[in-house]
Write a protein that binds this ligand. Structure first.
Ligand SMILES: [Zn+2]
Length: 308
């Protein structure tokens, strides 16, 4: 079945659900003309054909079984609901499962949520940074987190609207669930400040470099994921390990990686309260501190000072 046949099929199904038998060939012919001859975008062509049928059958649009209700990301709280949402693709993840066509994060102004497009859904691929209507997707909960699943009955339409993501200034509380490999004691290019990989700047090649300390990680507040960057000051404040201490550690162990392991030991899985500013992709952390429920943190700090 080609793409247009599939769309025709979906339109026929939609009217059938509402109790109207329509001529598939007629729908196909009209769609083909609009999409192939006149280069009308798919979503526009679908609307045009549907409007034609509605007029032809002399019914009102409300009579048609319509899409699941349009919701915002923050409204998604229970699994097993059919919903539609307009959202922007924030990030695509690598999928390790052959059952999954695409997986990643989508968002609107109220939040960010994980999405999964099943391979069986047979949908065209979405692109990072573009906005779509995700119609008739099913909410699900995985590992205590909400997500939306795109299946065969869902529809993905690119839309012209530029969907806004949550406000750039954030204050959140959550667990640091991941620290990326290019964290810890890193080297930056003296000319452009880019992080070197194996001593090489992506722009300047082999170049003069300087040491820096940073953590690139993911904080999960139970509703959203924040990709955060902690700078030297943040790290020193949280762990007592500043740039000098990090360089010292690396020298002592003849291994720069030891800094990253130590930071992982001290920070991963811990809860933080932080404020930050959203850049293109990362939250540049302004202030960050351990979340203190009781006096436990202080006791730990004391102990580590005593034993140190
Ligand atoms: Zn450079």
């Amino acid at each position: 079945m080609d793409r247009i046949q599939k769309i025709a099929e979906e339109i026929v199904e939609k009217f059938k659900k509402s109790g109207y038998e329509i001529n598939r060939k007629d729908v196909y012919k009209r769609l083909k003309l609009l999409i192939e001859e006149f280069k009308v975008p798919e979503s526009e062509a679908i609307r045009t054909v549907e409007n034609y049928l509605i007029k032809e059958l002399d019914i009102s649009r409300d009579k048609l079984v319509s899409d699941s209700p349009l919701v915002k990301v923050e409204d998604i709280k229970t699994p097993g609901q059919w919903v539609s949402l307009k959202a922007k693709v924030v990030q695509l993840w690598d999928s390790s499962s052959p059952n999954v066509s695409q997986v990643g994060l989508i968002g609107d102004e109220t939040g960010i949520i994980k999405f999964v497009i099943w391979a069986k859904a047979n949908k065209p691929e979405v692109e990072e940074g573009k906005s779509y209507l995700f119609a008739n997707v099913v909410t699900d909960s995985f590992g205590g987190r909400m997500q939306v699943n795109v299946n065969r009955n869902s529809r993905i339409e690119e839309i012209d609207e530029d969907i806004q993501l949550p406000p750039r200034e954030v204050e959140a509380v959550g667990a640091l669930v991941a620290i990326q490999q290019n964290s810890g004691l890193i080297r930056r290019c003296k000319k452009c400040n880019r992080v070197l990989t194996k001593g090489i700047c992506p722009v300047h090649g082999k170049t003069e470099a300087y040491d820096d300390l940073r953590v690139k990680g993911v904080i999960d507040d139970g509703e959203s994921y924040y990709e955060v960057i902690l700078n030297q000051d943040n790290i020193k404040y949280l762990t007592g390990i500043g740039l000098e201490e990090a360089i010292e550690m690396a020298k002592k162990h003849y291994d720069r990686e030891v800094v990253l392991s130590e930071l992982k030991n001290r920070l991963l899985g811990r809860y933080f309260r932080f404020t930050g500013r959203k850049g293109e992709r990362y939250f540049i952390v302004n202030e960050i501190d351990f979340l203190r429920y009781d006096g436990k943190e202080k006791a730990e700090e004391l102990l580590s000072k005593l034993s140190g």
